[in-house]
Write a protein that binds this ligand. Structure first.
Ligand SMILES: [Zn+2]
Ligand SMILES: [Zn+2]
Length: 360
C-alpha cells in the first residue's frame, strides 16, 4: 500500500476478477475532480452487456484484463461536488449518463457524442463502473429526477434512452405501425418509446413465453413466437399484406434482420439495435433492396435523458414494471446468474445499493 492510502475512505464494490468470478469487497472511494461530482449510488440495473463480461470476460475487442467494477445503468444522490460545479447540490437525486465523450473530436463537435471514438464509458474496460457505493462523473452527466421518481426507474432511464434513440433514428410519425423483434429490456423499451412517439399498432416477436406474456401486458398488441410461427407471414397478414412502417430488430438473432426486412412495407424504415453475439449480421438483400428500405444501425444514444424523464413523469412510459427482481450488492453474482439464465421470469434485475441520501 502506498503511503497516504491508509486513511483514504473506503466503500463496498463488486469487481469482476475473471470469468464468472465477481467479488464484493472494499475499494477506495473515488474523489471528484474539478467539474465532477461524487455520486452515492442508489440502484443499478444488470445489463445484458454486464452479463457478457461476466460469462466471457470480454465483448469483442473490449477485454477485462484487471479486476473491474461493471455496471452503467443507475440512479444516485449527489454526495459531493468538485471545484467549479454549479447547479447541483448535495442530496439531489439524479440519473446519470454513463458515457463521457471527449467533447472535442469531429463527432462530438458535430453533435454526435455517441460516436466519439475517445468516449469513456462506465463499466467498459478499463473504466470503472457503478456496482459500488460511490462513483464520480462530470456534473453535466447528471439529470435531476423529479420528486417521487423511483430509484429503479432512474436506473432504467439508461436502457430507455437506447429505445428512445432507436425510435429517433426511425423518423417515426404518429399513427405509424411498428414491429419489434425481441422482447428483452431493449425491445420492450423501444416499443414503449415507439408508442409514446405515436405508434398505432405494435407487433412483437419473442421466443421466450414469459417475455411474450410480459410484452402483451406492457406494450404489445400482438406477441408472436418466432420458433413456432411464420412471424413474417403473420405480421403481413395482420397488416393487410402491406407490412409495418417501421421495424426494429432488438434481438440480434441469426434470422431477425431478414424477418425485419420481411415485415416492413415498401419504402419503410428498419432499425437494428440488437447486437448479434457472433458479430455477424446475415441480411439477405433481395427483400430490403426490392422494397427500397432504409436501414439504420444504433450506436448507443444521445440527447435522450430530459425527454425520457418527462415521458416517465407524465405517465406516458412506465418503467417500474420492468424491474422484476431486486438484490442487495452483496448478492450481485446471484443477480448475474439469474439474468444470464433468463430465470424466474426476469426482465431487469436491479441491485439496490443504498436507500438513503447522503448525510450533509
Ligand atoms: Zn446497458
Ligand atoms: Zn469526441
Amino acid at each position: 500500500m502506498r503511503s497516504g492510502e491508509t486513511d483514504c475512505p473506503m466503500m463496498r464494490g463488486a469487481r469482476l476478477h475473471g470469468v464468472g468470478d465477481l467479488r464484493v469487497g472494499d475499494l477506495p472511494r473515488p474523489v471528484p475532480g474539478p467539474g465532477e461530482v461524487l455520486l452515492k449510488v442508489a440502484a443499478v440495473g444488470v445489463c445484458g452487456s454486464d452479463v457478457h463480461y461476466y460469462k466471457e470476460g470480454r465483448i469483442g475487442e473490449q477485454v477485462v484484463r484487471d479486476p473491474l467494477v461493471l455496471g452503467h445503468e443507475f440512479s444516485a444522490w449527489v454526495a459531493e461536488t468538485g471545484d467549479g460545479v454549479e447547479g447541483l447540490e448535495i442530496g439531489q437525486f439524479v440519473a446519470a449518463d454513463p458515457a463521457v465523450p471527449c467533447g472535442r473530436c469531429e463527432c462530438c463537435v458535430e453533435g454526435n457524442p455517441n460516436l466519439c471514438p475517445d468516449v469513456l464509458f462506465c463499466g467498459t474496460p478499463p473504466v470503472r463502473g457503478v456496482f459500488s457505493e460511490y462513483v464520480t462523473l462530470p456534473a453535466e452527466n447528471c439529470f435531476l429526477l423529479p420528486d417521487g421518481f423511483g430509484a429503479a426507474a432512474g436506473a432504467l432511464l439508461e436502457p430507455l434512452g437506447i429505445g428512445m434513440y432507436t425510435v429517433d433514428l426511425a423518423g417515426m410519425q404518429a399513427g405509424h405501425t411498428v414491429a419489434v423483434l425481441g422482447a428483452g429490456p431493449i425491445g420492450l423499451l423501444t416499443a414503449a418509446a415507439a408508442r409514446a412517439a405515436g405508434a398505432s399498432e405494435v407487433y412483437m416477436t419473442e421466443p421466450l413465453e414469459y417475455r411474450r406474456k410480459f410484452a402483451l401486458e406492457y406494450v404489445a398488441d400482438v406477441a408472436l413466437d418466432p420458433y413456432q410461427e411464420d412471424v413474417v407471414g403473420e405480421i403481413l397478414r395482420l397488416t393487410g399484406g402491406r407490412g409495418v412502417d417501421v421495424s426494429f430488430d432488438a434481438a440480434g438473432g441469426a434470422e431477425t434482420p431478414n424477418e425485419a426486412a420481411g415485415v416492413t412495407r415498401r419504402g419503410g424504415q428498419m432499425v437494428i439495435v440488437g447486437i448479434p453475439s457472433d458479430d455477424v449480421m446475415a441480411l439477405r438483400t433481395f427483400t430490403p433492396r426490392s422494397k427500397g428500405l432504409t436501414i439504420r444501425l444504433v450506436r448507443r444514444m444521445k440527447h435522450t435523458y430530459p425527454r425520457s424523464i418527462r415521458l416517465v413523469k407524465t405517465g406516458m412510459i412506465s418503467l417500474e414494471p420492468l424491474a422484476t427482481h431486486t438484490y442487495p450488492l452483496e448478492r450481485v453474482a446471484e443477480a448475474f446468474e439469474l439474468v444470464g439464465a433468463y430465470g424466474d421470469g426476469v426482465i431487469k434485475a436491479i441491485i439496490e445499493i443504498a436507500t438513503e441520501p447522503p448525510i450533509g
